[in-house]
Design a protein around this ligand. Sequence first.
Ligand code: CAO
Length: 424
Amino acid sequence: MKALEGVKILDFTHVQSGPTCTQLLAWLGADVIKVERPGVGDATRQQLQDIEGVDSLYFTMLNHNKRSITLDSKNKEGKEVLERLVKTCDILVENFAPGALDRMGLTWARIQELNPRMIYASVKGFGPGPYEDCKVYENVAQCTGGSASTTGFDDGPPVVTGAQIGDSGTGLHLAFGIVAALYHREKSGRGQRVQAAMQDGVLNLCRVKLRDQQRLAHGPLTEYPQYPDEEFGEAVPRAGNASGGGQPGWILKCKGWETDPNAYTYFITQAAVWSKICEVIGKPEWITDPDYATPKARLPKLKSIFDTIEQWTMTKTKFEVMDTFNPLNVPCGPILSMKELAEEPSLRKTGTIVEVDHPERGTYLTVGMPVKLSDSPAEVKRSPLLGEHTDEILTSVLGYDAAEVERIRASGAIGAAPASKAAE
Ligand code: CAO
């Protein structure tokens, strides 16, 4: 049995942050009913399209295992259907611009009136404060949440990361809040409001940098590449590829780096096995030399130490480095390209990378459920076409009869009939 079987979600999400949240809940077994504007749908259906007229990979990869109903929430009959959805579902998830749901008439007070058991979950760019009314996308969140100022090299501008920590990261935070609220509701009988701000989500993931901000008051950050030659300013500087933890690390070139942009390895000078590292790279004298023997003695020389290790890694492929050092308990990892990840058999085997069939685009790859539950394995099903389940949801979930569905359709609230019906 799926962990969230029987849970119904009114999915009013779009773009990335909200859809990642409801996709995770769908993989856990919830019935996710995605409400989209008739004829338009989630804007990402049309964004970054690789095949003209076909739902983009942007959309398909964020909306698996959901059902789609088209509904104009500003139409009178549309509002009636929306209220019935609120009464029927357990959770409402949305990530519209601040105030949009209120403007549709769905304030928290109204939702509680309609369904006191409902959990109402939102992603917004910011929490209460000076920016609460702002619209926010991924990179804005990375910049305002502390990630960009601490990412990149010291002599360059702030850099955003490819990991979607603002969108997918906040979706994940929200999913965790929803599941906790659901557990609470089982005991209290009442729903509650769950809010996740993208700035907060990014800052949570940048926790170690706020740690370092406070450490600065007590002296230089000795594991940072600025130490010992450069001055530290008032704020945490960008640390290049330095490790965020207590074991120094860096990215080193491997064999083939001249032509392969990903022929690199991440290498950590794990203190407990320092002697083994020295032996492999041909520097056995560093094991006992007091200038190199302890982690503290090594800190001011990290750059030259990594340069020396790199002389060795440049003679090996990134996989040979891994094969040599992992058995010695030295944590290191090859820089894997998306191509390598897409082709990695072990990820296919675990369902982390999944091939999905889609009626309009054919097969494509996606990232499946990243968390594995032993009794509730996730099965990845294709994303819905726009409005694919409108009639099914109106009748089997909301209990409208055929005449009522026709009345709602005639009002324009759910858009045109599906092609097969229209032809009848
Ligand atoms: N029927 C009728 N109207 C609908 C509708 C439906 N089914 N679905 C949405 N709408 C309306 C909304 O009510 C809103 O109308 P009003 O502004 O008149 O109230 C309008 O569509 C647009 O919503 P929006 O402002 O949320 O959309 P946008 O494209 O202008 O902004 C975004 C997108 C992401 C910047 C904004 O939604 C936002 O800041 N969301 C919160 C933060 C967030 O999640 N950001 C990450 C997104 S992923 O990068």
